[in-house]
Design a protein around this ligand. Structure first.
Ligand code: HEC
Length: 220
């Protein structure tokens, strides 16, 4: 009995072991099949929001410019200084003087010989808007093929926003657009308490109203 029983027991254990082992293998195989599927899906989703809108969506100028330190932009402007002056009445160099460029007609600084590309661009763009200048500064040669501005561009959006905030202090004639409604509450939130949250939409308007009267009494 002993041999036969032992064999049966051993066989049973072996079979059980094989089944367990087999299940583990099967599980591994199943998971192995699922993983690439998941990864592929995740990547496809990530590419959309991460690269698309992050690159394409223009800053909400009316919201970001008032809270951006123009001094940071002045530091960024060091990258432009080899070719541009920024002071009122400054000389043209390799590039034209940039005082008051925001809201100015493109390619129209007196005494500067612009590229045909800039002249052509100016024919269809009456003035440098927030978005147009932002796009140009990001990748000059891409936004305006043939431009004489041989500058790689300000790749970081925060650099461009700072640059624009600085240019906005230099005789800019372009009004700041109203903050986008969706972004306004988020920007206003830090200053406002929970009580202001339900009326968050009104917060920027109050802020604007509070800021607006200040210059008027000062002017009289
Ligand atoms: C290597 C020299 C060089 C550098 C660096 C440079 N630019 Fe320029 N920029 C030019 C030239 C040249 C033009 C004229 C382009 C043309 O005619 O196609 C120009 C044109 C411009 C214009 C359009 C001016 C107009 O009258 O319409 C703006 C705005 C401008 N540059 C901003 C900048 C800013 C901001 C920086 C730094 C972040 C910068 N540039 C860096 C050479 C340069």
């Amino acid at each position: 009995m002993s041999d036969l029983t032992f064999n049966k027991i051993a066989g049973g254990l072996l079979a059980t072991g094989l089944v367990i082992f087999g299940l583990r293998e099967l599980t591994t195989v199943m998971f192995a099949h699922h993983e690439p599927e998941k990864a592929g899906y995740a990547i496809a989703v990530a590419e959309g929001p991460d690269e698309g809108p992050a690159e394409e969506v223009a800053p909400d100028w009316g919201t970001v410019i008032p809270v951006t330190n123009a001094e940071v932009g002045k530091a960024v402007a060091a990258k432009c200084a080899s070719c541009h002056t920024f002071d009122a009445g400054g000389a043209n160099g390799t590039g034209p003087n940039l005082y008051g460029i925001l809201g100015h007609k493109p390619g129209a600084r007196p005494g500067f010989a612009y590229s045909p590309a800039m002249v052509e661009y100016a024919a269809s763009h009456p003035l440098w808007t927030w978005d147009e200048l932002d796009h140009f500064l990001k990748a000059p040669a891409k936004h305006m093929p043939g431009t004489k501005m041989t500058f790689v561009g300000l790749k970081k959006q925060e650099d461009r926003v700072a640059m624009m905030a600085y240019l906005n202090t230099l005789g800019a004639t372009l009004p700041l657009p109203a903050p986008r409604p969706a972004a306004a509450p988020a920007e206003a939130a830090p200053a406002a308490d929970a009580a202001a949250a339900p009326a968050a939409g009104a917060a920027p308007v109050e802020g604007a109203a509070a800021a607006a009267p200040a210059p008027t009494p000062a002017a009289k």
